[in-house]
Write a protein that binds this ligand. Sequence first.
Ligand SMILES: Cc1cc2nc3c(=O)[nH]c(=O)nc-3n(C[C@H](O)[C@H](O)[C@H](O)COP(=O)(O)OP(=O)(O)OC[C@H]3O[C@@H](n4cnc5c(N)ncnc54)[C@H](O)[C@@H]3O)c2cc1C
Length: 393
Amino acid sequence: MAHSFDVIIIGAGAAGLMCAIEAGKRGRKVWLIDHSAKIAEKIRISGGGRCNFTNLHTQPQSYLSQNPHFCKSALRRYTPQDFIALVCRHGIAFHEKKLGQLFCNDSAKQIIAMLLAEAHEAGVKLETSVQVRAIEAVAGGYWLKTNQGKQTCASLVIATGGLSIPKIGATHFGYEVAKQFGLRVIQPRAALVPLIFDGALLARCQALSGLSVEADVRFGKQIFAEGLLFTHRGLSGPSILQISSYWEEGEPIVINLAPSTDVLAFLKVQKQHQPRLHINNVLAEILPRRLAQSICDERNDSGPLANLSDVRLAALASAVNDWHIKPVSTEGYRTAEVTRGGVDTRELSSQTMEASKQSGLFFIGEVVDVTGHLGGFNFQWAWSSGYVAGQYV
Ligand SMILES: Cc1cc2nc3c(=O)[nH]c(=O)nc-3n(C[C@H](O)[C@H](O)[C@H](O)COP(=O)(O)OP(=O)(O)OC[C@H]3O[C@@H](n4cnc5c(N)ncnc54)[C@H](O)[C@@H]3O)c2cc1C
């Protein structure tokens, strides 16, 4: 059957653009469509407008998935160095901010311009404001009904991303297509998202809103050592966003607010040498003063160290080094950076991203159950999965 296109890619975000470029370079006739009037909005707003486009330390352990091995093949075949080479070819200046995170010096729009130039060069036909109304499998391919007419293709790629930030075009579309073709979907959930609290804990967070500390945040065996920020709804900052991807509702997280200090040992030494010092002032030597005061107030600890028993000091030290708190919930998709879960990787080939039981149907990027840590890992997954699919569509 003669198709109108060799490949139709639904979703012109990071993964869809990369796949379109690669397929176009292979001489495939590609139609890349998006329902939004503006494409690649997530790239534009990413990294505070500077796009943290990859991470030098990308490894499979930087990703969550029900199958932690699934991402290995794509990440090996299209690496951060490959994307850096592309960025350099386009003369885009960048820098490492911290922990291997690479950002544009100027603007995320440069990454979008680079991808659009590459897509143009590869002969990709890109159209916006295209609504897909129906998809059907036909002999040797797929048939699509859209607001721009009916089209057919040999390979159909779903690159519609996750559910975060609905106001810039996130939809359930990819999951619905997977279900239509009998593919399992791991329950999607907001990830890399601030945590919210209630009651007395919320009141404390509100009183400390705007204050940040370096902290270790733990859930089960997973631990992240980065900044923590008190907000008017609870806690945020990199370490909290990271742990939110692992956190299970109803369970506590554990925070060490002074990771480089054994607080009990410190307090005991201080008590021995300077027993008249007041506890709030002593604690303020290792924590921001407002936080130190809040912890003392919460526990009703005040006055000179000499008046506080070692048992009391141990409890106070625990409140700093081993603070157990139960979030009520997350801020949800409104502020989440990514969606955890998605199309079950057991349904897809890790070599090609094609559905094993539905020939010619591919899923790439965030719609798949592969979710990166904070720090450029999610874009790297979009580039890598888009690249490999682009070699086979
Ligand atoms: C505020 C914010 C900041 C971020 N910063 C970073 C960062 O610095 N580094 C990093 O690695 N990751 C970052 N991320 C995550 C990253 O943006 C995503 O993981 C990545 O964009 C996923 O790429 P994708 O192509 O799979 O999906 P998207 O980039 O989300 O693209 C999906 C596309 O599909 C389109 N679409 C959706 N539904 C339909 C439909 N029904 N029909 C047609 N088109 C549809 C959308 O309009 C969109 O253009 C950030 C995310 C957010 C929200």
